[in-house]
Design a protein around this ligand. Structure first.
Ligand code: ADP
Length: 480
């Protein structure tokens, strides 16, 4: 596995190496060009001066002879003459056919082999520069300057200068650049190691901290004393994720505790019944009674298990509803028909008030389940002689199904908790109505899976009103 530290170091090193290389190449090429221009410029200056003298004094070459002292004729000072000698190693004047007609002071004629084409180009009136090797191997810069009179090339002035100093300067520069690059790369390597350590230390601390957080202790949080806001933010984000995780884990634990507790009661009753029944021989009538009493506990367990399974289906990312255009009125009629027998048994009036409503996007099976839960509660918590009414209403924002009863009602302090899992009012518990406290949470899940909501208003001894709100199908809403 690659380490981030080595990535930082390698990146810093390769960046600096590239910068050094680019800088060195540019510096070297630039210096090379500048030095060359400097040598060429000085050669041309000197040759130009001599060419002017020859042009101004046409008899100059004949008068001066081959060892003519340039400065004296040109009225130059002795210093200037030295300077000129420094610039050019040799000064020669040739006739266009290549014959040497004049030789400058201190000039030693040597046998450098000039390219024939060089003379040709100079004869054609071009100023020609050439870099050639002298007999002793020294690189030398040559200038061939045509001197014309009346449009005719009369002489070709040749001046040359040694490039030894130029080469030494470039070599020294190369050495300097290499040493500079090596120093920079070393500093980059050491510096990037320090930087990487500084950057990664907080991450190391966070990792070590996180490793010590074990599943059992979800209360522990990361602590990091870092002045950098990025690491503070990382710590805060991690801790807030842990907060959510802890809340969710505690919720799950509470849920499991509740579920186990709810199961324990019927199971204990079941066990007690069976033990008592088996203690002695019984008549078949007594066995029958015991079995009937146990059947009620088994039914309770089945209801609980069913509700738990239903809730589990809604726990995932995708609720199990399949939305399709749905007419609610027939569904409510069907429900009222099914529950009328139960309502009659309890001597409760069950009625439906509906106005014509538009289609909703809904899952018939799950909506039916939600309404059964609401109606089952209404029938269960309403005494004989009471009434349960279902109203279907169209609102601006959607459709409401209202289940209203004239039952016991719910105390105000219970209303905010009514849709929590396993929440039951003390009154409902004391009544031993056989509920599980999961009916309303299931209604809430179903309503939310439809993009809707469930709300309640209630008054003790007057009754309760549960409203299942389903949103207006939006034009973008497509059936699942
Ligand atoms: P349960 O199975 O106990 O009915 P629910 O989740 O359906 O579980 O309801 C939670 C609690 O809300 C009930 O225990 C009861 O106290 C209260 N409740 C629900 N519906 C009504 C109602 N129509 N009238 C009075 N109390 C109700």
């Amino acid at each position: 596995m690659k380490s981030f530290q080595s990535l930082i170091r390698q990146s810093a090193l390769s960046l600096m190496a590239t910068l050094c290389l680019v800088f060195s190449v540019l510096m070297y090429l630039g210096s090379d060009a500048l030095l060359r221009r400097f040598v060429d410029g000085r050669l041309l200056g000197l040759a130009g001066t001599l060419a002017k003298i020859i042009e101004q004094h046409p008899d100059f070459l004949e008068r001066s002879g081959k060892d003519f002292v340039l400065a004296a004729e040109a009225g130059q000072t002795e210093n200037t003459q030295h300077e000129l000698q420094e610039v050019a190693h040799s000064l020669l004047v040739f006739s266009p056919d290549g014959r040497l007609v004049w030789k400058g002071p201190e000039t030693v004629t040597h046998h450098t082999v000039y390219d024939h084409s060089v003379f040709e180009r100079a004869r054609g009136g071009n100023t020609v520069y050439e870099t050639l090797e002298a007999a002793d191997g020294t690189p030398t810069r040559h200038l061939f300057l045509p001197i014309s009179r009346q449009g005719q090339v009369q002489y070709i002035l040749h001046a040359d200068a040694s490039l030894l100093l130029y080469q030494k300067t470039l070599k020294a520069l190369l050495l300097l650049l290499s040493a500079g690059a090596a120093t920079i790369l070393f500093v980059a390597w050491v510096g990037s190691a320090r930087l990487a350590r500084k950057v990664l230390t907080p991450i190391e601390v966070l990792s070590t901290n996180a490793e010590t957080m074990c599943g059992a202790n979800l209360r522990k949080r990361l602590t990091l004393d870092s002045p950098y806001q990025e690491f503070r933010r990382l710590t805060q984000s991690f801790n807030s994720v842990m907060d959510r995780f802890q809340r969710s884990a505690e919720g799950q634990r509470r849920f499991v505790d509740h579920a186990a507790h709810e199961m324990q009661t019927p199971l204990t009753v079941l066990q007690g019944n069976l033990e008592v029944t088996l203690r002695k021989d019984r008549t078949s009538e007594e066995y029958r009674e015991a079995l009937i009493s146990n059947l009620a506990q088994v039914e309770r367990l089945i209801t609980l298990a069913r509700s738990l399974l239903t809730l589990a289906k809604f726990t995932g990312d995708k609720p199990p509803v399949h939305l399709a255009p749905l007419a609610l009125e027939p569904l409510l009629h069907e429900l009222v028909d099914e529950l009328t027998i139960l309502a009659n048994d309890r001597r409760i009036t069950l009625s439906l008030k509906s106005e014509s409503t538009p289609l909703v996007l809904g899952d018939a099976q799950w909506l039916k389940q939600a309404l059964i839960n609401l109606l089952d509660n209404a029938l269960r918590y309403t005494p004989s002689g009471g009434a349960v009414t279902i109203c279907l209403q169209t609102r601006e924002e959607g459709t409401d199904v209202v289940v209203e009863d004239t039952g016991h009602g719910i105390e105000a302090e219970h209303l905010p908790h009514l849709f929590e899992r396993f929440y039951r009012t003390d009154w409902a518990r004391s009544k031993e109505s056989g509920g599980t406290g999961l009916g309303l949470p299931i209604v809430k899940e179903i309503a939310e899976a439809h993009g809707g909501s469930i709300s309640v208003t209630s008054q003790v001894n007057v009754g309760s009103v549960f409203t299942l709100h389903l949103p207006m199908p939006s034009p973008h809403m497509t059936p699942a």
